[in-house]
Design a protein around this ligand. Sequence first.
Ligand code: DX5
Ligand code: ZN
Length: 215
Amino acid sequence: MKLVAPSILAANFNHLGNDIEMINQSEADYIHCDVMDGVFVPNISFGLPIIQAINSIAKKPLDVHLMIVNPDKYLEDFYHAGASIITVHYEVCSHLHRTIQQIKNLGIQASVCLNPHSPVSLLEDIIGELDMVLLMSVNPGFGGQKFIENTCVKAMALKEMILKKNSTALIEVDGGVNFEVGKKLYNSGVDVLVAGSFVFGSENPLETISRLKNL
Ligand code: DX5
Ligand code: ZN
């Protein structure tokens, strides 16, 4: 699959509504929302009220990436704020299986994110439960960083695992995505490209989204 999720971390927060309208009119499949707590990652972004505001005008599903410790505590709140997909980080979940069941019991999609240093083999015993796996291709916390090339190898290994285990999980990649990187990722079995600064920093974001989908 070739899906695109623009990350609103790179949007203009003074005119966030305009950027959401742009995404509504685009070929994007999801709106990627990066929630950062300043504890798990060295940055603070935004939380529930912003997600709620986005949801009130969004015509695309919200793909909520939680870069927070203790995600279990907030799953219901993010569901009520409008999340269609919730991604939690492997690195902060001691009882990942329980966390995943809690997300699925809310009737939404459950996804797990791996930091660049976490091998895909960590997911072998949970892959059958997942709707999506998010591979970080930068260290989480900031937009505009350089893509880590090893992510392609990880994506290929993950794809193999998904096929072997008859899983239906999609593979999403987040960080440093542009046309060149996107092409390599699709060729490595990736289904969903997240792109922040490349979309919002471009002259024509609508066209950039369309081109990312049709690489
Ligand atoms: C980084 C975030 C990303 C970020 C990507 O921690 O998870 O979603 O917005 O930004 P770019 O596309 O600029 O690397
Ligand atoms: Zn993200």
